[in-house]
Ligand binder design. Sequence first.
Ligand code: GDP
Ligand code: CA
Length: 389
Amino acid sequence: MATWLTVMTGKSGRIFPGHRLSAAGGDATPQLGQTRLATRPRRPVVVARAGISGASRTRLTASCETAGMRITVLAGGVGAARFLRGLKAAAPDAEITVIGNTGDDISLFGLHVSPDLDTVLYTLGGGISEEQGWGRAEETFTVLHELAAYGAGPGWFALGDRDFATHIARTSMLRAGAPLSAVTRALSERWRPGVTLLPMTDDQVETRVTIDAGGDAGSRTVHFQEWWVRMRAAVPAVAITFSGAQAAAPAPGVLEAIAAADCVLLPPSNPVVSVGTILAVPGIEAALRAKTVVGVSPIIAGAPVRGMADACLAAIGVEATAAAVAAHYGAGLLDGWLVDDQDKPAVDDPRLAGIAVRALPLYMTDLAASAQIARSALSLAGELACRAS
Ligand code: GDP
Ligand code: CA
């Protein structure tokens, strides 16, 4: 059951894991172990936290009271989806809103493809190919082969038959005039992901990559998917841009979900072309700066766990290390940062002054591991909100 409290601000407050309330709200006299947090202002009001011993804090953390909590997550594709599966397990009664990256969206065969939104829907809805981390399970490729027989391309972007149905459904709704947010809501009715999935914007934003074609060819700019999927990011990128982002508006509900959140989590998504794209939509980063934000590093021991995020980081001049990624986000945005045990020195890295860094195992090898990472992120968010007030 949700635990709601009226705090000194008169606004509703919620409880983070690790800060379980032992008595029902309305009692003005705080007791040992009670922590009361207001959603706003940024630093929630804490009526009392003195006297929580280390042992109690550990016990409280283990209790993980998340009922009724509002958690907002910025999401790319595979890294985000696996983290979200863990978050749902760690906070089964929380209200989770996911703001998805649409900079990877691409028009193929006249169809609107939203790879990151679909990865979240398929993963949380039980339709994902577990081996790949993207695309549908039990997929076949008859349509793509038939298209190839007509010489219709591109052939480098794998679209399976089941997946095609999603893109046909999405495109027909868009053509009928529905905005992407409404279409995503409609697709969610089938997949029932257990979170509210919002595209970052209803406007067109396209991630583009400028590559150095070498020799006299100079540079040319291609759609992100052409660089990422067709070229496997093997050609160095000299710039990554988010075409249309400046003129884009956050989709309905995005700023509201951030404002209402008890904490915002950045999963281990690509910092440049997943989280970075979402942050490029005007208004989103400013809204996040007013919240407690905790991120999970997608980089472990100087390399991405999967994919080519290092190539994206190189394009923007950021080292592929857990510490450099946190420094790139900056203390203005990020309050807490989880790094893998192998990156423990980041805990004391002077570049990360103002960001609370914790080291723990960060491989999402199974649901239990992902849930433990999510639990640690929530626990750190609670601790930071508590400390700052
Ligand atoms: P994409 O849009 O499908 O590329 O997915 P995301 O942007 O959401 O996530 C990609 C990032 O997830 C990559 O940079 C990976 O390093 C990271 N990632 C994948 N698996 C893991 C994992 O088990 N642990 C951590 N910490 N990061 C991971
Ligand atoms: Ca993506």
